[in-house]
Design a protein around this ligand. Structure first.
Ligand SMILES: Nc1ncnc2c1ncn2[C@@H]1O[C@H](COP(=O)(O)OP(=O)(O)OP(=O)(O)O)[C@@H](O)[C@H]1O
Length: 255
């Protein structure tokens, strides 16, 4: 398994954001869904090795990076990771090329490979013609795509994307979902999103989180089937599946 957590608990002061979560995620594109405040960002931040859990085991790409792990293990994993945070900090005065190149440097990529890797990542997000534009001159959706480019510049084995489609227009979202499917063939991609359409179009399976616990796990097709079987709920099949799975979890019925 590429990303595995067991008994993962994260607290923010007295608030328990994740409550003893167990999860095994192999290669593929995994959608993380859940209401606001469910714990999606808390999970992604632990997987990105940005925050340390309060309890539990974390194994990424076969290395133990949980509490008490050797910092060299964490450093080794970070080189193979790509991460787009929800709030993506960038340097407005940098050009796209400079910024993505800077991230490649932070990831300790081989200097001889950086220039080509930057061009490839920027091309893949459809910004090839803006590679020498300053980030501050780009639209919000374009900046988001720069964020995706910096996350994939090292061709990560584990790619973590927190709300990657926020701010993208419909055409860009469609293109981005195709890119996700392509990336999922060779890496483990974990995408947090509020858009069930992202999941329907790009994810092999879905993990639904609510109040720090796993409310549902299944393939995207399973969730759609659940929606097909649900009566009296609005929306399209996957939206209905989402609602049905959440309600079953809340009433303790399970699905
Ligand atoms: N720095 C913090 N300090 C205090 N509470 C926090 C902090 N970060 C998150 N929380 C709380 O932890 C819980 C989980 O938050 P998290 O951001 O992981 O959820 P989320 O599923 O990503 O939410 P959203 O969909 O709104 O982005 C929420 O109740 C949130 O208010």
């Amino acid at each position: 398994m590429t990303a595995k957590v067991a008994g993962l608990t994260v607290r923010h002061r007295r608030k328990t954001a994740l409550d003893a979560v167990d999860l095994d995620l192999p290669r593929g594109v995994h959608g993380l869904l859940g209401p606001n405040g469910a714990g999606k960002t808390s999970l992604i931040r632990v997987l990105a090795t940005v925050s340390a859990p309060d309890a539990g085991c974390v194994e990424l790409l076969g290395r133990d990076v949980g509490p008490g792990a050797d910092h060299r293990e964490r450093a080794a994993v970070r080189r193979l990771l790509g991460y787009l945070p929800q709030e993506f900090g960038h340097y407005p005065g940098f050009t796209v090329r400079e910024f993505v190149g800077y991230v490649a440097w932070l990831k300790e990529m081989d200097g001889a490979e950086v220039a080509a890797a930057v061009e490839r990542a920027v091309d893949r997000v459809g910004l090839g013609d803006r590679v020498d534009a300053k980030v501050k001159t780009l639209s919000g959706g374009m900046v988001r795509r720069v964020g995706i480019a910096q996350a994939i510049v090292n061709e990560p084995e584990l790619l973590l994307l927190d709300e990657p489609t926020a701010g993208l227009d419909p055409e860009q979202r469609v293109e981005f979902r195709a890119l996700l499917r392509e990336l999922g063939r060779t890496s483990t991609v974990i995408v947090s999103t509020h858009l069930v359409e992202d999941v329907a179009a790009a994810c092999t399976d879905v993990t639904l989180i609510e109040a720090g616990r796993i409310a549902y796990r299944g393939t995207t097709a399973d969730l759609i089937e659940l929606g097909d079987a649900a009566d009296g709920l609005g929306g399209n099949p996957i939206e209905r599946g989402y609602t049905a799975a959440l309600r079953a979890h809340r009433t303790g019925a399970g699905v």
